[in-house]
Design a protein around this ligand. Structure first.
Ligand code: ITT
Length: 194
């Protein structure tokens, strides 16, 4: 089965490819010729995930899913949340985003936070949403060279390391996106059993 993953984020694509069973042929946006930036104009992760998936359905009429992810910090009332990509400005600069977040957290003692992923699947005329959450803490400084986005300053509960210090295999086994993808897979397996 061919399934489009509606993302331009190559790090996300690599993570998700590692989680796909062999019978699902994951196709990227560039592989279907979609090079344009899909505007994320929603006010929630759910809305944005659906906007991205619907864009592919409407313009390419292919089975697809999209994910929208946010980092929600409790002491900042859930910021940066749905605005995680643009936290430090429209340039969507990862380093600037981390610098801003560490600066906002300088004198904060409650450093608890969670990543949340919403996946929207458009298949056979139906939309299904899947959620994945991982709880953890914002570290006081960057650590690690792997991963992407806020990974160098997020340490999942139960680990000393940040996501950027853990292997991709470990990150995928506990992460927001890994959990949401597992739910997506369970759903797809149920469909193919019918
Ligand atoms: P697409 O919309 O093309 O999928 P994006 O990078 O814009 O790619 P999101 O809107 O879902 O993706 O991500 C919002 C921000 O959260 C962005 O700055 C990412 O770098 C960050 N982010 C997403 N997943 C992450 C992860 O697993 N670890 C660390 N940061 C992540």
């Amino acid at each position: 089965m061919q399934l489009v993953f509606a993302t331009h984020n190559t790090n996300k694509l690599e993570e998700v490819k590692k989680l796909m069973p062999v019978h699902i042929h994951l196709v990227s946006l560039s592989e279907i010729g979609c090079l344009e930036d899909i505007p994320e104009t929603g006010e929630s992760l759910e809305e944005n995930a659906q906007i991205k998936a619907n864009y592919v359905t409407e313009n390419y009429n292919l089975p697809c899913f999209a994910d929208d992810t946010g980092l929600l910090v409790n002491a900042l009332n859930g910021a940066p949340g749905v605005y995680s990509a643009r936290y430090a400005g429209e340039g969507k600069n990862t380093e600037d985003n981390m610098t801003k977040l560490l600066s906002e957290m300088r004198s904060v003692t409650d450093r608890s936070a969670h990543f949340k992923t919403i996946i929207a699947l458009n298949l056979k005329g139906e939309t299904h949403l899947f959620e994945g959450i991982v709880e953890g803490e914002i570290t006081s400084e960057r650590a690690g060279g792997d991963g992407f986005g806020y990974d160098p300053i997020f340490s999942p509960n139960g680990y000393e390391e940040t996501f950027a210090q853990l292997s991709l295999k470990t990150k995928n086994s506990i992460s927001h996106r890994g959990k949401a993808i597992q739910k997506l897979m369970t759903h797809l397996r149920q469909l193919s059993n019918v």
